[in-house]
Design a protein around this ligand. Structure first.
Ligand code: FAD
Length: 401
């Protein structure tokens, strides 16, 4: 008898953790599991700001998927998904391959939201993936080198758009990383300007007043120029234009102003709401019995009006329930409804400061920075056990490109 085929699209937080849970839950020979991802490596999205600022080695952020899964239980295909044929129960890949499924999990993550602002798509640097943040780092190095040739000070102005969690994390990382890079490339750090632009009246506007005050003070101590309540209206290769005709000469705009579902989901013949796949309480795409979706490309209604946020925390909780539900579905058992319990969130501002809320406790400072490290270490532990933590921090592995 043919074994049921489970196909997982995307090896980010949601996809890789589901595949690892399936390795444990499925009996030997019970199903064929295939994991498909664009690149051969899984990256720690929550740490991408470090890649952008060059404050972490590549091996700490990106790790080879075949080393994270059990190849005897999960078949890995490196390939870019271009669409899904629901009627034929098949996934199409860019190289022309077709992969058949009985149960499908779509966990293709996010893309950046540009709000149609002229020049963002073409000229801004996005925190989207390992590659895109590596491009930020390469741009910084290029600008430092070119400044030595032409002494054009606009090359040393680095603008970050968006003062949410990701924006604050990249600002903190740039403030810590740029002095070291300037020293290495023999460029005067005094000439460097880091600029933050946010449309809301403050950074992390959804946080309590005390956290906003703390974060603002840390960023100001780093000498970051803050433009709050200000929208970006245009980006060109040589400047960023703000409201009220303010122009900032720069070659580097780092864009961190919100995310939307991966556009590939539009090619799946499935319902799409607010750019994402609407899912039911069992994490199945609405109206589908054998197609699940989790993480940033899915839309889960917390209640009548509110959806769950696109966070790693949500994707990881969903992965746990989704793996169980896929197994229950193929065994003809009953599925478990997903309930989300928010544990808290912490944003780093460089290595020595962070801000956040865990349960009812507001955290800031060095202790918060330590908590952030603990959260990241817990993920690695979940992903590959203590040996992965040791390898990521002290070991030598191939640097993905
Ligand atoms: P992803 O992790 O984005 O994974 C999607 C995967 O699909 C990727 O491996 C990608 O390569 C692959 N893929 C995409 N398109 C294709 C294709 N066409 N074919 C094949 N494969 C494809 N969340 C928190 O909870 N806490 C934090 O502190 C936090 N910090 C963050 C900091 C930064 C800088 C960023 C960018 C995000 C942060 N987030 C944080 C959000 C969190 O990272 C995301 O919510 C999480 O990554 C979503 O997981 P996912 O599995 O849905 O998607």
């Amino acid at each position: 008898m043919n074994k049921p085929k489970i196909v997982i699209l995307g090896a980010g937080y949601g996809g890789i953790i589901t595949s690892k849970k399936l390795e444990k839950l499925l009996k030997s020979g019970e199903a064929d599991v295939t994991l498909i991802n664009k690149h051969e490596y899984h990256y720690i999205t929550t740490q991408l700001h470090k890649t952008g600022a060059g404050t972490a080695a590549d091996r700490q952020i990106a790790m080879e998927i075949p080393e994270l899964i059990n190849p005897e239980k999960t078949n890995f295909i490196k390939g870019s998904v271009t669409g899904v044929d629901v009627k034929k129960q098949a996934v199409h890949l860019e190289d022309g391959q077709t992969v058949k499924y009985d149960y499908l999990l779509i966990a293709l993550g996010f893309d950046i939201e540009t709000f149609g602002i002229p020049g963002i798509e073409e000229h801004a640097f996005a925190i989207r993936s390992f590659r895109s943040t590596k491009a930020i780092y390469n741009q910084i190095i290029r600008q430092l080198n070119q400044y030595k040739e032409d002494k054009d000070s606009s090359r040393l102005t680095f603008v970050v758009a968006g003062g949410g969690f990701t924006g604050v994390e990249i600002l903190g990382e740039l403030a810590e990383g740029l002095p070291k890079l300037c020293k290495k490339y023999d460029v005067p750090f005094e000439e460097v300007k880091i600029v933050a632009v946010e449309a809301a009246p403050s950074v992390i506007p959804f946080f309590p007043k005390e956290s906003i005050k703390y974060t603002t003070e840390v960023l100001e101590k780093f000498n970051i120029d803050m433009y709050m309540s200000t929208k970006i209206v245009e980006c060109t290769p040589r400047k960023v234009v703000l409201e009220n005709d303010i122009e900032i000469p720069t070659c580097t705009l780092i864009w961190s102003c919100g995310v939307k579902g991966n556009p590939i989901i539009q090619n799946c013949g499935l319902p799409v709401e607010k750019g994402k796949l609407p899912i039911d309480s069992y994490l199945r795409v609405k109206g589908m019995k054998n197609i699940f979706s989790i993480g940033d490309c899915s839309l889960f209604m917390k209640d009548e009006k509110n959806t769950l946020p696109p966070t790693a925390q949500v994707a990881l909780h969903e992965a746990d329930v989704c793996a169980k539900n896929i197994v229950a579905a193929l065994r003809g058992g009953s599925l478990k409804a997903f309930e989300y319990h928010h544990k808290g969130s912490v944003a780093s501002i460089g290595n020595f400061a962070a801000v956040g809320k865990v349960g009812n406790f507001r955290l800031s400072g060095l202790f918060a920075a330590f908590m952030k490290q603990v959260i990241e270490a817990r993920y690695l532990l979940n992903l590959g056990g203590p040996s992965l933590i040791i390898k990521q921090h002290f070991g030598v592995s191939k640097e993905p490109v």
